[in-house]
Write a protein that binds this ligand. Structure first.
Ligand code: SF4
Length: 335
């Protein structure tokens, strides 16, 4: 199956999309914050990111879902900065340290070369764009550069879910696999713990748009994802993720056939250790409650991370070479 962006490149549509998205950087409404700043002139919005992409790490990632990591790893590009500010962010070194990250701006041709490096030298199965929501125009421009250089891997849009449907519509046919978080069912907790206003409405609309574009997950004969939506749900302590509401909504309003990835790896990283309700890992009863819920709702497609995953999943972006201690550590079991 050939990724859709190749035919869009040939028809000229990929170039048109890149230009349309770039024009919006002049009064930025790329994500739901709609800051209205002129990023083309370097004016900082909430995400502290201007015209060029910020690339904080490039590596083969072996700890994603089995259909994403496969045997050779997912070709992961970690974008710097973020349009959310989660107090427990495990990537806070690159998502919330914007002065340092601004020094990691990269031109589009170099980013395209990094994609080719992941494809041709590391042999990865896909290009996994992590925290892309504030860099949608930049990722399309980089793909436009990379196609004539030989890029042919499926693109994974790996997002916290705080996405603009207007921007997502421009990705229709470009992104093959959406890997989207559904973090909260309460705007109160989303605002308090992630500085995200109206998260529930935006994330749910984004997930519905993603499902409209790519549908349920299709895998090849080797079990690798080729196209479709995977929704990740990170269980938070004290039921702060609203697992019952979010997963019920997913089963009833999207589809019980949607692929879900239930994550138990929560760790009180960054500032969370100082917030009493978030200062511990999840309990076994909190874990079992969500696992039982998934079964009851008939969400049969996907994976449930084993309990105790928080022990070995913390990246360190200051480490030389690879942000993960044990890059070959698949942490999820099929359900
Ligand atoms: S992408 Fe950045 S500048 Fe643009 S609306 Fe979102 S947070 Fe604001």
């Amino acid at each position: 199956m050939q990724p859709g962006y190749i035919s869009l490149y040939r028809s000229g549509e990929l170039k048109r999309r890149a230009e349309a998205l770039e024009a919006r950087l002049g009064s930025c409404d790329i994500c739901p914050r709609e800051c209205g700043v002129n990023r083309l002139e370097g004016e900082p919005g909430f995400c502290h990111s201007a015209r060029l992409p910020i690339v904080s790490a490039v590596c083969a990632h072996h700890g994603e879902e089995p259909a994403i990591s496969g045997s050779r790893g997912s070709g992961t590009i970690f974008f710097g900065n973020c349009n959310m500010r989660c107090v427990y962010c495990q990537n806070h070194q690159i998502s919330q340290n914007w002065r340092k990250q601004q020094s990691r701006e990269m031109d589009f041709h170099t980013l395209a070369e990094r994609m080719l490096y992941l494809q041709d030298e590391l042999g990865c199965h896909n290009i996994n764009l992590v925290s892309p929501s504030h860099f949608v125009p930049q990722l399309v421009r980089a793909v436009l550069e990379a196609v004539p250089m030989g890029l042919r891997l499926p693109l994974v849009y790996n997002t916290s879910g705080y996405d603009s449907t207007k921007s997502l519509k421009e990705l229709d046919g470009i992104i093959d696999i959406y890997l989207a978080d559904l973090r909260y069912a309460s705007d109160r907790w989303a605002r308090k713990f992630s500085w995200a206003v109206d998260y529930v409405e935006h994330a749910r609309a984004a997930i519905q748009e993603m499902y409209r574009q790519v549908g349920k997950l299709l895998m090849d004969e080797a079990g690798l994802a080729r196209r479709g939506l995977i929704v990740r749900h990170l269980i938070l302590p004290n039921r702060l993720a609203g697992s019952r509401e979010s997963l019920t909504w997913l089963a009833e309003e999207v589809s019980p056939e949607v692929t879900v990835s239930i994550m138990s790896q929560y760790f009180p990283a960054h500032r969370a250790s100082r917030i009493s309700s978030l200062s511990r890992t999840i309990s076994s009863s909190e874990y079992s409650e969500v696992v039982e819920l998934v079964e009851r709702l008939g969400l049969e497609n996907g994976w449930v991370q084993e309990p105790g995953a928080s022990d070995n999943y913390l990246p360190d972006f200051e480490r030389e070479g690879h942000p993960f201690v044990c890059p070959k550590s698949p942490l999820v079991d099929g359900c």
